[in-house]
Write a protein that binds this ligand. Structure first.
Ligand code: EGV
Length: 379
């Protein structure tokens, strides 16, 4: 996409994010780009030793340690420990692609997918020829459970906490939805990539899923929490008898992730468990407060996700169009994300909001949000 591309229709969110990668004021992607903490820096200082450890130990052990450290950190104590119960991938999008491909041979109806959500999820599903049915967040979270699991679908896919809204599926609601999926033999798939930020999504999902008796898949992601320069893994966990060729497709795509990355994930997870996660929650809350305070006096503006704790914040622009605001910010080298594409079934519904990344150095975030304020205040 050339720098003068005027319209963003037909362009996906990741393409927009990639425009921002070399900018000093990149508030676009949801990756972690804050400074390392002191204890994280000391892990980085040990990298040569970690490399040696990774080379010396059996990769099975390293994989088990990484799963355990990460999933226990997030209180997911009942994750499957059987062989192949958690498949390790280079990223959660690779896990997503494996899930999408695995759903094809099963045949059957469309996949029901939360609306809105990050657009690479619908794109990967559709890219594999699957038909999609949007399920609005409100329908998913409240009211009749049978409406949350539309008739005839082969799979229900929920991002929780959701991206960009931060909305979390409550334990009772997960239990009710999982029971409905069990009764109707619908595969329940969760993407919990942002759960590290929100303790309300730290109840043990695997206990709830297992108790329901449904067929389920969970995608986890270590990539959103720590500024490890995209050294990360995605995890693809599944129930016994899930009936999808996940391991086979995983083997089509990779032999395994780097043992070095597994060791790094284990160390960062241990550091987080020792207090780093609580520090991170405070850091994100402070950055969210900074955004809200800086924009507080701008008329016709709102923060629709009052309760959100994830590392992104939506801003409702009122009458203004996100494309317009995005274009003007971009002229100053400042990047945020327009929200149209999150509304994958009805992009117009996102035309008046932006998403700001919060996992950033506070000084840079403040500069970007001040510039946003200036754009919003000038006609
Ligand atoms: C966010 C982009 C893709 C994704 C960004 C993201 N990756 N498309 N494979 O990591 O919220 O900005 O999730």
């Amino acid at each position: 996409m050339s720098p003068s591309t005027p319209l963003l229709r037909g362009v996906n969110l990741t393409e927009i994010e990639s425009l921002a990668l070399s900018s000093q004021l990149n508030m676009a992607d949801g990756h972690a780009r804050q400074e390392l903490t002191k204890s994280q820096r000391s892990i980085v200082d040990e990298l040569p030793d970690l490399f040696a450890k990774a080379a010396a130990q059996p990769v099975d052990d390293l994989e088990r340690e990484a799963h355990r450290a990460y999933l226990h950190l997030l209180h997911q104590h009942s994750y499957p420990t059987r062989p192949g119960g958690v498949l390790t991938c280079y990223s959660s999008s690779v896990a997503m692609e494996i899930l999408a491909r695995s759903l094809v041979p099963a045949g059957g109806g469309p996949v029901a997918l939360v609306h809105p959500t990050f657009d690479n999820i619908p794109d990967l599903l559709r890219g594999n020829g699957l038909r999609l049915l949007p399920v609005e967040e409100d329908v998913l979270h409240e009211g009749s459970v049978s409406a949350a699991v539309p008739e005839g679908v082969r799979c229900l896919f929920i991002t929780t906490p959701n991206n960009p809204t931060g909305r979390v599926l409550a334990e009772q609601r997960l239990a009710a939805i999982a029971a409905e999926c069990a009764a109707r033999d619908v595969v329940l798939a969760l993407d919990t990539s942002f759960r590290g930020f929100d303790t309300r999504s730290h109840y043990d999902h695997y206990t709830v899923l297992r108790d329901s008796g449904c067929r389920w898949v969970v995608i986890e992601d270590t990539g959103k929490l720590w500024a490890t320069l995209d050294l990360k893994v995605g995890l693809l966990a599944s129930s016994d008898h899930v009936g999808l060729p996940l391991a086979k497709i995983h083997s089509d795509i990779l032999l395994g992730v780097s043992p070095f990355v597994l060791v790094l994930v284990t160390r960062f997870a241990e550091d987080a468990a020792a207090g780093g996660l609580a520090d991170l929650h405070r850091f994100i809350a402070d950055n969210r407060a900074l955004v809200r305070a800086t924009l507080a006096d701008v008329p016709d503006l709102a923060f629709p996700d009052g309760d959100a704790r994830v590392s992104v914040e939506r801003v409702d622009l009122g009458e203004r169009r996100c494309l317009n605001v995005w274009t003007r910010l971009r002229q100053s080298g400042i990047y945020v994300l327009p929200c149209s594409q999150f509304h994958w079934a009805d992009p117009a519904r996102g035309d008046h909001s932006l998403r700001i990344a919060l996992a950033r150095v506070p000084g840079a975030l403040e500069a970007a949000v001040r510039a946003l304020r200036a754009v919003l205040l000038s006609p």
